[in-house]
Write a protein that binds this ligand. Structure first.
Ligand code: CA
Length: 262
């Protein structure tokens, strides 16, 4: 009986594995309400970084603060921007250069369809722009009529910055059109607070940024974590890390031995 519980526990560990932590620079998660700080008037003044680096997103101008919508994106919470004058500044201390891997879970909820995650220094964006999802890094890595974002349709946008090339995935599928652009984003912002005041009626539910290019296995682990959480059908396939699997097998073997020797 004990064995069955242990095995069930281990299976659960795989299914709800935490995202990859190595190289994690920024982790914004709207469904963790303890990280979304209200200004007392119903607006979000600070969205706290869960990576441990304290690269919080903030907005000091009351009229530009977004709201927390607890049922925005497939029933999950997201930070909702009004499409008029909203935006947030991600801490100046986070200066993003290559290499990087950026995940953003976002959607449009209305007809004002501008940017979601962008640079404050150059023309760089990951997520949504002009009715599409895509990635721009001083040049389009991916944006075309194939990338129509729709409304109330969530996307897991994934921007990958290698040292001398780029890639873009959406919902685990490769949408890279041109791998040549290599802009370095530098300081970051949400929606209208970046280098371009291109407003969006958009929901941003979660952002994870790494200071390196994740392996395919790691990308699948993070992508699967997000797809499961937001009830999205994607191309991400979660394969347990070999190290985790070995640990699980050793644990089961040890328990069997212990039982036998009793
Ligand atoms: Ca506003």
């Amino acid at each position: 009986m004990k064995m069955i519980f242990l095995m069930l526990f281990l299976v659960c560990c795989y299914t709800f594995a935490t995202p990859i932590n190595s190289g994690l620079l920024l982790w914004l998660d709207a469904s963790d309400s303890s990280t979304v700080i209200n200004d007392g008037s119903g607006y979000v003044m600070r969205w706290e970084d869960k990576s441990g680096n304290n690269y919080h997103a903030t907005q000091s101008t009351s009229a530009s603060r977004p709201t927390l919508n607890s049922n925005a994106l497939n029933g999950k919470a997201a930070i909702r921007f009004d499409g008029s004058n909203d935006g947030m500044f991600i801490s100046d201390s986070l200066y993003l250069t290559r290499s990087y891997t950026v995940f953003i879970v976002n959607q449009y909820y209305g007809s004002v369809q501008g940017r979601t995650l962008q640079s404050r220094d150059i023309n760089w964006l990951a997520g949504l722009w002009a009715g599409n999802h895509g990635h721009y890094a001083s040049g389009w890595v991916s944006n075309s009529s194939y990338n129509t974002a729709g409304t109330n349709t969530p996307w897991i946008s994934e921007a990958i910055g290698y040292t001398s090339s780029s890639a873009y995935y959406a919902n685990g599928q490769n949408y890279t059109v041109d791998s040549n652009p290599t802009g370095n984003p530098g300081k970051l912002a949400l929606v209208g607070s970046g280098a371009y005041n291109e407003q969006s009626q958009a929901d941003v539910a979660e952002i994870l940024i790494y200071n390196r290019v994740l392996t395919t296995q790691e990308r699948n682990a993070v992508g699967s974590y997000l797809a499961t959480k937001y009830s999205m059908a994607t191309s991400y396939v979660n394969v347990p890390e070999p190290a985790t699997l070995s640990f699980a097998l050793v644990a089961i073997f040890a328990l069997c031995l212990k039982k036998r020797n009793r």
